[in-house]
Design a protein around this ligand. Sequence first.
Ligand code: SF4
Length: 155
Amino acid sequence: MLRCYNYDIVASEIPDEITLALNITGCPIHCEGCHSQWLWDAEAGEPLTDDTLLAIIDQYGFGITCVAFMGGDNDPAEIARLAEVVKAQWPEMRLGWYSGRDRLPDSFPATRFNYIKLGPYIARLGGLDKPTTNQRLYRIGPDGTMTHLPMYKQH
Ligand code: SF4
């Protein structure tokens, strides 16, 4: 079972969405320079059951437009299953997954999500807000098409 360290409402992680971002523990990617190393511990946080997840979402209801799982590379199938649980209860809710992988796992049901971020954090390239970043945020079309959404703003 996946565990959730904490969660927050954020406006910057996914463009044009008010996102409930759930920080999932047990990250197996271990990027050098990771700013969230407390998320490496698979025993940290509280179990993210279906009921727990839906209760968190219920706190915000229509005040959020998107639920994003930040991490969960230790069990992508469970992330995909939880996405289905959210969709069954909140059909209009957009769904996101922030993965540290370079590519999607084989047979991953990407169309359950509206947004997927791929790529580990590489300090010299910077995060999603840097034009040099290796990380990519994609909008997922109903047919599985992945459209890159550049996150950085040029000044
Ligand atoms: S994927 Fe994210 S949480 Fe995991 S090691 Fe990389 S930066 Fe840290």
